[in-house]
Design a protein around this ligand. Structure first.
Ligand SMILES: NC(=O)c1ccc[n+]([C@@H]2O[C@H](COP(=O)([O-])OP(=O)(O)OC[C@H]3O[C@@H](n4cnc5c(N)ncnc54)[C@H](OP(=O)(O)O)[C@@H]3O)[C@@H](O)[C@H]2O)c1
Length: 343
């Protein structure tokens, strides 16, 4: 049995497609207790850029010249494991490859307490790719970040950066549903238009066209009551002087620093954290897995009422996975970036 895999050729200073290669490997025949899985969809996520570095914070570095990892959903095609049958849909962290052999332990979902979704047959309006799409880690980050990592205010203005991305767009919608006034920032006029016309945020601006501080002062006349930060130290810093007393920044990440070693330069305006008694709350999606069922119910309820917009950008074929990852860092991505491995 042959499998296609994407390998890393070297650790890049700057992300580009040519640091990856597509290889074909031979998989051995199955032994007792093993299953063969054909991947159907894989997710690419900003954190993967940190996995390419020798030391990417809490992440194990990806090997040079070996199989990479990442969220994927696939189908069991052959089984000598008592717990799996051909046709079972399984979530794994064995993305970046067409097929893989597992002894069952690698078929744990990304969030280990999520055993409920292993082999869950797609039902209702949920499809196979939703396990790495609308129900994937980015959407979970939005939900847990807004509703569990912090206590959101019951009214007032939330500012969301990288708002047309997966986490950002879900935060905008959860926040609107929670009664907050949403001010969104994104890196193109097209994304800003989409945020206003499709997501119906209250205000949005293109941070590449207008100084962030000026835009926020214009759009947040009563100050800011919550920031959901996805993008950059510059965006974070610009929010601080406008934040109301005792309010919070939910810090999901700074995508802007991942392609330059992850180091965060000096934060400007930090004195406002002290003067206004602000809370900066960073969090890991993996810490909230106990709320997964609630999250699925919430997503399903919004979806079934036609109140959830989930934009996906699907790349086709494993060979397109490096391009898909690069799209997260050159601003060309819009919404959840997935790779369909069947086409
Ligand atoms: N804490 C956790 O457990 C956890 C889990 C998942 C994700 N996250 C974090 O959540 C954030 C959003 O993740 P996501 O999956 O939804 O990704 P995303 O926002 O869809 O990421 C891609 C977008 O990031 C923006 N971007 C790229 N380079 C940038 C730069 N140099 N400066 C400013 N913006 C830049 C671009 O949008 P524009 O065109 O609008 O600039 C791009 O389209 C990331 O920081 C990620 O690391 C955290």
């Amino acid at each position: 049995m042959k499998a296609a895999q994407i390998h890393l050729l070297r650790r890049p200073k700057q992300l580009s497609e040519d640091v990856f290669e597509l290889v074909t490997v031979n998989l051995p025949p199955l032994e007792d207790g093993e299953v063969l899985v054909r991947n159907r969809f894989m997710s690419v996520d900003p954190y993967m850029r940190r996995s390419m570095d020798e030391s990417g914070a809490d992440l194990d570095p990806w090997p040079i010249g070996g199989p990479l990892d990442g969220p994927a959903v696939g189908e069991v095609v052959e089984s000598r494991h008592p717990g799996f049958r051909p046709g079972d849909i399984v979530e794994s962290m064995a993305g970046w490859q067409s097929h893989f052999i597992s002894d069952g332990t690698r078929l744990e979902p990304y969030l280990s307490p999520n055993t409920a979704i292993i082999r869950r047959v797609p039902q209702g309006s949920l499809g196979v790719r939703d396990f790495v799409g609308v129900l994937g880690i980015a959407s979970q980050t939005a939900y847990y970040g807004l509703h569990h990592a912090i206590t959101p205010p019951d009214h007032g203005t939330i500012v969301v950066s990288s708002a047309a991305g997966t986490v950002g767009s879900m935060v905008c919608q959860f926040a609107r549903a929670a009664g907050l006034r949403v001010v969104a920032s994104a890196g193109s006029d097209e994304k800003v238009r989409w945020l206003k016309e499709v997501l119906h945020v209250d205000a949005a601006f293109n941070y590449k066209r207008e100084a962030i501080g000026d835009a926020l002062a214009r759009l947040c006349p009563d100050g800011i009551d919550l920031v959901f930060e996805n993008a950059s130290p510059e965006h974070f810093s610009a929010c601080l002087p406008l934040m109301n007393y005792g309010t919070t920044v939910a810090l999901a990440g700074f995508v802007s620093v991942y392609d330059s070693g992850g180091k965060v330069p000096n934060i400007e305006n930090f004195e406002h954290v002290l003067d206004s008694f602000l809370t900066i709350r960073s969090f890991a999606v993996t810490d909230y897995a106990e709320h997964y069922d609630l999250f699925v119910q919430r997503v399903n309820a919004l979806r079934e009422r036609g109140e959830l917009v989930f934009k996906e950008q699907v790349f086709h074929g494993l060979a397109a996975a490096p391009r898909a990852l690069c799209s997260l860092f050159d601003g060309s991505s819009h919404g959840k970036v997935l790779v369909d491995l069947e086409t």
